[in-house]
Ligand binder design. Structure first.
Ligand code: CTP
Length: 418
């Protein structure tokens, strides 16, 4: 990557409303004697050539002042939230029918009472100190929005060099992972996502933290949803097999449960859903432990159901070595697409035959009846629950015999008349 010290040209090429907004924020900051910088993922991603319009702005030194000024000076800019304790505010710009959220934070430092605790936050008037509370050098780049220096990069810890050399490296802070262990999941996520290497000292810090035992089964101790957010990002990556590999190699899996074991194969295709990878990983451990993990990750009832119904179906499938179409139909008809996706992967893992599932998806699930409830009513069956039940029975017969004509279906329906 070419050395970049000013990225005005890159910013000029993002969506024009977002660009306008950034220039306005810079102008108004200057008017009230505050310095504002774009920071975090958007800067990193733009430098890597990826789209990211998630605007995070750090204000040296008072975000509340800037939020007030933006609201009073820009028509259609409204306050969405203000958190005095964290020295942050969120404003929404309404531009050309679009609502664009902007996060503002005062330059601040953080202290952590215990690993994984929410930080207590102190204001500072030093941008460098603020950048130093962040996790990795590539996430600690700031871009000035002030009119005179618009686009200039502040690179206090060599983030540009690390982007160029494809390195995930912590900012100079020995406690980076012990303060906030979810950053270990972030480290392996960014390494996987960008195909970067975790720099040597960073790797050593991560290994030291994970082998200390302090973060074993962490989701039992800290708010699981923070871990869940990171796990979800990790397992939603397109290169999921690499994500699973590094999840085990780095020992980060121990935060979720020390009972997890690396699967022998990693034949998980890219999926729409992180739940598929999670199910694959927890499949081999016992039910109690599975339930505990899902509960501690604060998964929703629907998410848990997607996984458990796939596990239950898998058990039934393993018990029946030669399932016919009707068995598969009954097994799969109530399952969501995601559960079926999980089931297919579990099946492949034990080298059982997935073709009945493919047969269901490609053919059986598409079988439709010629007759409708109206035909049954014409036969004298009163409208009500019974109509649906009879149609189900006829459909089951048709699954065993897909060539049934309308007459055959009517004859079949008659069998169920009282
Ligand atoms: N950050 C951190 N520790 C965390 C989470 C975030 O230090 N546990 C810092 C990082 O510097 C990050 C910034 O806060 O760049 C913004 O966080 P977030 O929006 O969650 O992540 P991004 O880096 O923007 O990346 P992505 O949007 O891909 O999650």
């Amino acid at each position: 990557m070419e050395e970049v010290r000013n990225i005005k040209n890159i910013l000029e090429n993002i969506d024009k409303d977002h660009f306008y907004l950034l220039t306005e924020v810079g102008k108004i900051s200057k008017e009230i004697n505050q310095k504002s910088y774009l920071v975090g993922g958007m800067v990193r991603d733009l430098l890597l050539g990826f789209d990211n319009l998630d605007i995070d702005i750090v204000v040296e030194d008072n975000a509340a002042l800037l939020a007030d000024a933006l609201i009073s000076k820009i028509p259609n800019c409204e306050l969405s939230a203000k958190h005095d304790r964290f020295h942050t505010a969120k404003v929404i710009f309404n531009i050309n029918g679009k609502k664009i959220p902007v996060d503002l934070a005062s330059t601040r430092t953080e202290t952590y009472e215990f690993p994984g605790a929410l930080p207590s936050v102190q204001r500072t008037n030093s941008l460098k100190e603020d950048l130093n509370r962040r996790d990795f050098t590539i996430n600690a780049l700031a871009v000035s929005l002030l009119p005179d220096s618009f686009g200039n990069i502040v690179d206090s810890f060599g983030g540009l060099e690390d982007l160029k050399n494809k390195k995930i490296k912590v900012v100079p802070n020995e406690n980076i992972f012990t303060d906030d262990p979810t950053r270990m999941i972030r480290a392996i996520r960014f390494a996987t996502k960008f195909n970067f290497e975790i720099e040597e000292k960073t790797k050593a810090l991560l290994e030291k933290a994970m082998s200390s035992g302090k973060f074993d089964n962490l989701i039992e101790k800290i708010r699981g949803d923070r871990v869940k957010i990171e796990i979800r990002y990790l397992f939603n990556l397109p290169n999921i097999e690499q994500a699973i590999k590094i999840f085990f190699e780095s020992k980060v899996y121990r935060m979720v449960s020390t009972k997890l074991m690396e699967p022998e194969s990693r034949r998980v295709r890219e999926s729409e859903s992180w739940l598929v990878a999670l199910a694959f990983i927890i499949n081999k451990i016992n039910n109690n432990e599975q339930e505990k993990i899902m509960k501690n990750l604060q998964m929703t009832g629907d998410e848990i159901k997607i996984i458990t119904s796939a596990f239950n179906a898998n058990k039934l499938l393993l018990e029946n070595k030669n399932p016919d179409s009707l068995f598969i139909y009954k097994l799969l008809k109530g399952l969501s697409n995601q559960s079926i996706e999980i089931l297919k992967i579990l099946c492949k893992d034990v080298a059982c035959n997935v073709s009945p599932i493919d047969e269901y998806l490609n053919n059986t699930s598409k079988i439709k009846l010629h007759i409708t409830g109206q035909d049954l009513i014409s036969m004298g069956i009163p409208s009500g629950k019974q109509i649906g039940e009879i149609l189900d029975k006829v459909l089951e017969a048709k699954i065993n015999n897909p060539n049934m004509t309308k007459d055959d279906e009517l004859k079949e329906a008659k069998k169920f008349l009282l």
